[in-house]
Design a protein around this ligand. Structure first.
Ligand SMILES: Nc1nc2c(ncn2[C@@H]2O[C@H](COP(=O)(O)OP(=O)(O)OP(=O)(O)O)[C@@H](O)[C@H]2O)c(=O)[nH]1
Ligand SMILES: [Mg+2]
Length: 662
């Protein structure tokens, strides 16, 4: 019994948590299942939570035919002549609850108690009220009934013109009860109509267990009483009556009771059985309720699982959308940066490098003797190298050209990402070997299976280039709809303007980047173990490179740019994807393979430093002006949904355990 109680508490708490989490999850992920959720809420509130509270009193409904003695029994249990008795059959028209004194006026408790009536019981003020139909009423016990509610109900066999007046009230009273006290007399014990009616009611709402009370002549033997009681029990429960009988009791006809001089005396038919009150008080309400509500509980748990499952799909869709969207943004960032001011950058790096040169190199450089012969021939004189050391003049044709290119690139990129952001779907291409792409394929598969999607429906993937490239088309998630609308309602031109207004931050070389270049130079010098040996060629390269290439290089846009570890590929003016293309001239002039590798590594480093710095700037600009709301909203909801789903899984586990133990 104790065990049942503990389990009930755990189950109750788990259900209460589910009741909070399920609607919240549906809302976080905008599942669009409002009707299902509100139905589920109602069931859980009305049928389960209201009655599974561990401290909720046992509710016993006294039922029986007209003038069976229901009200007399009620008064005897409640301890006072509260309910009207006697006279004509069918005197009671409403349900009267006798509740623990401490519960009087507790609205929440009263609501839960009378849920099937969809009406809050009011205190009984005038006994006459009970003889007129209306909402249920209540009184506080005047007896010592411990944590128990007794309900007096109208009879269900009085009727006019073939219609029984009180059957619906009886049904609601039964539904509100945990157990049933069925009282009958010698004149109606074998009335099939009565027992059929109760049987039918219990089939609809769940079989309540029952105590039988036979109001009988004192002369009836135990044998006769038991026989009649079995007739009643089998009438209500059929052959399995034994499972539902909590006890059989008799109350002998007594004129003093009829006269109201005495309370009903109830005793077990079998004198070895516990007293009536003792049986009532020892009822294990949690266990009974768990059994009573097990099918409803099972149903509610199943629906909760269903909503959890749908949410997992919706969450995966949101993750997929966010992944695709962020790829789209990275590509737009790269688009904005595809013109690479290699000349400017190399000049700057050359100066950073020179500033950290050892003294003897500085001296040699001034004389031009640092540069190897073939290069010297190519370049003409050391004077050229000196020229390279002076900063690029702003306003020069080269500087203007670069500024204009950045402008064009930005407009293209902003237009692209803006349209992806407000579009009903996001479409991106990505390298199939990208780990992110693999994760996305898994997500697409999961969603397709769970949603049983036909081919061609989003999300979808297509591969091309012998499967090297994948394209994803993913519907915008309902979660970001509001953010999309917000952006749609803004004028695109003004969005573009506010981004272009900050393009200076893209053109310049920031202090952060300067520091990064310095660090790169230091690292490189440190790693150049054979510094003396290759220093000359290297130095020459630094000076030569800007002259040998055009103002800008166009970054190849084939691959998406990941957040970290950017792999740079250059599509040079020479049309090659290879970095060697950059060294076409030095290569022919005798650059050794080892030197080329050093140079390539360094150039990679410089490019990455630049890309890292600028990507961050452009991404921040995009997020501030276009994409930030959606990314933030999606991330938050993913985190929230993850947390709530974990909670729900914990609760569902407890519910499943409760079900097993039962
Ligand atoms: N002689 C005798 N009469 C009783 C006893 N118990 C109840 N009665 C009488 O039986 C009649 C019906 O009793 P109630 O308690 O009003 O019966 P009820 O089932 O509530 O009747 P309705 O509410 O009208 O359906 C009354 O006149 C009571 O006095 C008893 O133990 N002995
Ligand atoms: Mg009555």
């Amino acid at each position: 019994m104790n065990m049942g109680h503990e389990m009930n508490t755990a189950l109750y708490n788990a259900l209460k948590q589910l009741r909070e989490d399920i609607p919240r999850l549906a809302d976080i992920l905008k599942l669009g299942v409002e009707a299902q959720i509100s139905y589920w809420n109602d069931i859980v509130d009305a049928k389960l939570l209201s009655r599974l509270a561990p401290d909720f009193p046992v509710v016993a409904a006294i039922c029986g035919g007209g003038s069976a003695g229901k009200s007399t029994l009620f008064n005897s249990l409640a301890g006072a002549p509260i309910s009207p008795t006697g006279g004509r059959a069918g005197i009671n028209r409403r349900v009267l609850f006798s509740i623990p004194t401490g519960r009087a006026g507790q609205t929440e408790f009263l609501v839960d108690l009378a849920r099937p009536f969809q009406d809050v019981p009011e205190p009984l003020e005038d006994i006459e009220e009970l003889t007129r139909p209306g909402k249920p009423l209540y009184v506080a016990h005047q007896s010592a009934l411990n944590n128990m509610v007794i309900a007096d109900t109208p009879d269900f066999d009085t009727g006019a013109q073939g219609a029984y007046t009180n059957r619906e009230v009886t049904r609601m009273a039964l539904e509100a009860s945990d157990i049933l006290i069925y009282i009958f007399t010698n004149s109606n014990y074998n009335n099939r109509d009565n027992t059929d009616f109760i049987a039918q009611m219990l089939t609809g709402i769940g079989k309540r267990k029952c105590l039988l009370v036979y109001r009988v002549y004192p002369s009836y033997t135990e044998q006769e009483v038991l026989e009649h009681a079995r007739t009643v029990a089998e009438g209500i429960y059929g052959k399995l009556a034994g499972q539902y009988l909590l006890g059989v009791y008799r109350t002998d006809e007594d004129n003093a009771v009829a006269a109201g001089d005495r309370l009903m005396a109830i005793r077990p038919v079998d004198s070895a059985d516990p007293e009536f009150l003792q049986t009532l008080q020892s009822i294990n309400a949690p266990a009974i309720r768990l059994e009573l509500f097990s099918s409803i509980l099972k149903d509610a748990v199943q629906q909760a699982e269903d909503i959890r499952n749908r949410s997992q799909v919706a969450l995966e869709e949101l993750r997929l959308y966010l992944d695709a969207f962020q790829i789209a943004q990275s590509q737009a960032v790269r688009e904005a940066l595809k013109n690479f001011p290699i000349n400017r950058l190399m000049r700057r790096f050359a100066r950073v490098w020179a500033a950290t040169d050892p003294t003897h190199v500085k001296i040699m450089r001034r004389t031009g003797s640092v540069i190897e012969l073939p290069l010297k021939m190519l370049l003409g004189a050391a004077g050229w190298a000196k020229d390279q050391m002076s900063p690029e003049k702003s306003g020069s044709p080269a500087a203007n050209e670069y500024t204009q290119k950045v402008d064009e690139d930005l407009v293209t990129a902003v237009t692209g990402i803006h349209s992806q952001t407000v579009s009903p779907q996001v479409a991106v291409n990505t390298a199939a070997k990208d780990p992110l792409a693999r994760r996305m394929i898994d997500a697409v598969d999961f969603i397709r299976v769970r949603r049983n999607l036909a081919k061609g429906r989003n999300p979808r993937t297509e591969s091309s280039g012998a499967g090297l490239t994948l394209s994803f088309v993913v519907d915008a998630h309902p979660v970001v709809q509001l953010e999309q609308e917000r952006l749609r309602s803004r004028d695109f031109k003004s969005v573009l303007q506010s981004i272009l207004a900050e393009k200076e931050t893209i053109l310049g070389i920031s202090q952060d980047m300067e520091a990064d270049l310095k660090k790169l130079a230091d690292d490189f010098r440190r790693n150049m173990g054979l510094w003396r040996k290759i220093s000359q060629t290297f130095w020459a390269f630094l000076n030569v490179l800007p002259a040998t290439v055009a103002v800008t290089y166009v970054l190849s846009t084939g691959d998406p740019v990941g957040g970290v570890g950017i792999k740079v590929k250059l599509a040079g003016l020479f049309g090659a994807k290879d970095l060697y293309a950059l060294f076409a001239i030095p290569f022919t002039t005798g650059l050794k393979k080892a030197d080329r590798q050093q140079i390539e590594a360094m150039l990679q480093g410089i490019l990455q430093t630049w890309l890292k710095d600028k990507s961050k700037i452009v991404q921040d600009l995009f997020e501030k002006n276009i994409t930030g709301g959606i990314i933030l909203c999606a991330r938050r909801r993913i985190a929230d949904a993850d947390r709530v789903i974990n909670n729900i899984n914990d609760s569902l586990l407890i519910c499943a355990q409760g079900d097993e133990k039962k």
